[in-house]
Write a protein that binds this ligand. Structure first.
Ligand SMILES: Cc1cc2nc3c(=O)[nH]c(=O)nc-3n(C[C@H](O)[C@H](O)[C@H](O)COP(=O)(O)OP(=O)(O)OC[C@H]3O[C@@H](n4cnc5c(N)ncnc54)[C@H](O)[C@@H]3O)c2cc1C
Length: 420
């Protein structure tokens, strides 16, 4: 077994650096998990890493950096009771619908086409949602940086929500983001890489894959060629879409190439302490400017996301101006101290050549366009990675990676194998 890795490090979209004080690991990519991430939690246990609570346990009020100004509240600052009640009503309808979707097989839903063609925004208006509810949904959607509620398939969101015991918007963060690896999430990949040792080749960018009945040939940019009995392709779909792949099942390949990524950037600022707490804030924010969200990563470490709808604005800003523009947003939300961090990391995953995005994003119609071949393999060409699961969390990489490895080791026939 040989792992070919294009970068000079392992971990891919999970990357960490040590803070200036050497103690706190700083997460520049994947960071948070939750109790629904059972495969990931199992791996953390196997690797003898520890878990700790996340921002969901931090006291204080959430900050809303809206176009009208900054508000601090325990929930979206609706104008009044009527707006709040409307949001609760729409949420109930969403939960009811999510309970009718099988996350492993959303295509079998009797109204799959209708649910997929509708965006969350279109659906919300179709059930009479008030503009304030649609706005709260949009702000919430962009805070996860996966794309606008107006451009996200309702079926894809129902499929994702159906994973959790309580699919409501309010329960989301507890189910999906309330745990983190205390040693830093990149430690998961680092420990596995230590076990693999020389079976990982760093700096080996794959250029093409030829799949044949008797085996596969992989060509690298370095001009080296590798012969293999089977190939397990763990590339982000946005990278895979531009790779030359010959001989793989055409239907499977076409489905893979229909997937797309949201493009995002992550900001991390480091302070001596959690300066936002001085204002009674918990560091969690949702915003309508460049930063769609912030959250406290660790004591004195703040994460933030610039979502796809706004990455273009960030890229339009001169490179040496970008950090100060983002610092100004932090000043507006959390005061002067927040605009003067000890260190700032701005990671443009959207333009990273080995990610070209952030996580899978499903436009209206995409669940059916990609179809039920999503997350399947045709030996000897196996596919895994978070893009092959219901949502782009680290759970998907572990879950589909394990399933692909088990299939590749066990099944040598040419039947369809499910990775989900
Ligand atoms: C900013 C950000 C925040 C995130 N936050 C969270 C979070 O809080 N919680 C969570 O669970 N998930 C989060 N995610 C998502 C999570 O990090 C990913 O879903 C997960 O790490 C993907 O794992 P993967 O193995 O599928 O893909 P990747 O981690 O992208 O791995 C693919 C590997 O392929 C390599 N590669 C690419 N091209 C080639 C080539 N041509 N040849 C050889 N190798 C190549 C890459 O270098 C990389 O190592 C976040 C992601 C980002 C970017």
């Amino acid at each position: 077994m040989l792992v070919l890795e294009a970068r000079d490090r392992v971990g891919g979209r999970v990357e960490q650096v040590a803070a200036l004080d050497g103690g706190r690991p700083i997460q520049l990519g994947g960071e948070l998990v939750g109790p629904v991430h059972t495969a990931y939690l199992g791996l953390v246990d196997e690797l003898e890493l520890s878990l700790e609570p996340t921002y969901t346990a931090v006291p204080g009020e959430t900050t809303y950096d809206l176009l009208e100004g900054v508000f601090r509240a325990d929930g979206f600052p609706f104008a009044g009771e009527v707006e709040l009640a409307d949001y609760a009503r729409v949420q109930e309808l969403f939960v009811e619908l999510a309970q009718s979707v099988d996350p492993a097989d959303p295509w079998s839903h009797p109204e799959a086409r209708k649910l997929d063609d509708a965006s969350i925004g279109v659906w919300a208006r179709s059930v009479g949602a008030l503009p304030s509810t649609v706005r709260a949904l949009e702000v919430g959607s962009l805070s996860l940086a996966a794309g606008s509620a107006e451009r996200t398939s309702l079926l894809s969101e129902l499929r994702k929500a159906a994973i959790a015991p309580d699919p409501s918007f309010d329960a989301y963060y507890e189910h999906w983001e309330s745990l983190q690896v205390a040693e830093g999430s990149a430690e998961v990949a680092l420990r596995m890489a230590a076990e693999l040792g020389e079976r990982i080749r760093l700096g080996e960018e794959v250029r093409s894959v030829e799949v044949g009945a008797g085996g596969c040939t992989i060509a690298a940019v370095s001009r080296e060629r590798f012969e293999a009995e089977v190939v397990v392709c763990a590339l982000p779909v946005s990278v895979l879409g531009n790779l030359r792949i010959e001989g793989a099942d055409p239907a499977r390949l076409a489905s893979l190439r229909r997937q797309r990524h949201a493009h995002a950037a992550k900001l991390v600022t480091v302070y001596e302490r959690s300066v936002w707490a001085d204002l009674g804030a918990n560091g969690l924010s949702e915003g309508e400017h460049l930063l769609a969200s912030t959250w406290p990563q660790r004591d004195g470490v703040l994460s933030g996301l610039v979502p796809p709808e706004r990455v273009a604005w960030l890229l339009a800003t001169a490179e040496d101006e970008r950090e100060s523009v983002l610092h100004e947003e932090l000043r507006r939300m959390y005061g002067d101290a927040a605009a003067a961090p000890l260190a700032t990391y701005l990671r443009l995953w959207a333009t990273d050549p080995f990610t070209r995005g952030y996580v899978t994003h499903w436009w209206p119609g995409d669940v059916l366009r990609v179809g039920p071949l999503h997350g399947t393999h045709v030996p000897p060409f196996y596919v895994c990675g978070s893009d092959q699961w219901v949502a782009g969390y680290m759970e998907g990489a572990v879950r589909t990676g394990r399933a692909a490895a088990a299939s590749a080791l066990g099944a040598k026939d040419s039947e369809w194998v499910h990775a989900r």
